[in-house]
Design a protein around this ligand. Structure first.
Ligand SMILES: Nc1ncnc2c1ncn2[C@@H]1O[C@H](COP(=O)(O)OP(=O)(O)O)[C@@H](O)[C@H]1O
Ligand SMILES: [Mg+2]
Length: 253
């Protein structure tokens, strides 16, 4: 089981859109996939038409006495399960801080479902604190969207630095998110990161098909698979499959 955290210090950079679409592509590729919505706002949960509610809330989930599978729901799609958000995850840092080893909580919980899933995506709330520390400890790769603006690249430096401090050696992969090639600044940032090994060659353009996900509640890669943004997610997924050394299951039919 491989765990990918879609994380960043900032909000509004495309973390949720990325987690939602990559989870769909992963399940379409034949991998048993879990999307865990760790943001109390529940945007990923909404995109999969689920209710943002977990029985017992954060305290119960993180209590560690129950198998994580008890909180998981099936989505409308084959091989794709969802662990929905719950508003009580607003105080997840407080809940975690009562634990002896807060940074190990998520890793332990995910271990309980390691035979059920091939790939897990964690849609993280913005911020760098104890929750992110626990997320990083549980992950195999941190995926960090970067919108093409000078300050956003600095935001990426922050998360890369944070990971290095807490989990030296953990791969952190950046990619350009919400790119608008009509903008000079965006083109400049694209050129600037083209030779930067920390960035995936895949980029995701700004597209109304992604915005519509909030209303239509269907992942963009499914609703508009030939759209440029969908192609960006496909490129990103191909890069991840390669980096995580995921072996595609052989189809049975
Ligand atoms: N590639 C994109 N094209 C157009 N809109 C996007 C794209 N990615 C994200 N958005 C929109 O930008 C807003 C923030 O994206 P979101 O994925 O929720 O960011 P985060 O999870 O980092 O806060 C949302 O309204 C979303 O629909
Ligand atoms: Mg989000």
């Amino acid at each position: 089981m491989k765990v990918v955290a879609v994380a960043g210090a900032k909000g509004g950079i495309g973390k949720t859109a990325t987690a939602v679409n990559l989870a769909m592509l992963s399940s379409q590729a034949g991998f048993r996939t879990l999307l865990w919505d760790l943001d109390p706002q529940g945007a990923a949960t909404h995109c999969y038409r689920a209710k943002a509610k977990v029985k017992g809330g954060a305290a119960k989930v993180l209590g560690g006495r129950r198998d994580l599978a008890n909180f998981v729901r099936h989505t409308d799609y084959e091989l794709l399960d969802l662990l929905p958000a719950d508003p009580s995850f607003r105080i997840v840092d407080t809940v975690l801080s009562t634990r002896r080893w807060p940074e190990r909580v998520l890793r332990k919980l995910l271990r309980s479902v390691r035979d059920r899933y091939d790939v897990v995506f964690l849609d993280c709330a913005p911020g760098l604190g104890i929750v992110t520390e626990s997320i990083i400890e549980a992950s195999d790769l941190v995926l960090a969207p970067v919108v093409p603006a000078p300050l956003a690249v600095r935001g990426f430096d922050q998360i890369a630095e944070f990971v290095k401090e807490h989990q030296p050696g953990m791969p952190v992969l950046a990619f350009l998110s919400m790119v608008d090639e009509r903008k000079v600044l965006h083109r400049q940032v694209m050129t600037q990161v083209a030779d930067d090994q920390r960035f995936s060659p895949a980029t995701v353009v700004v597209s109304s098909s992604v915005e519509r996900m909030g209303m239509e509640q269907v992942p963009a890669v499914l609703a508009s698979p030939h759209n440029l943004a969908a192609k960006g997610y496909a490129g990103l997924w191909a890069d991840l499959e390669n980096r995580l050394d995921l072996q595609r299951p052989i189809p049975t039919d």
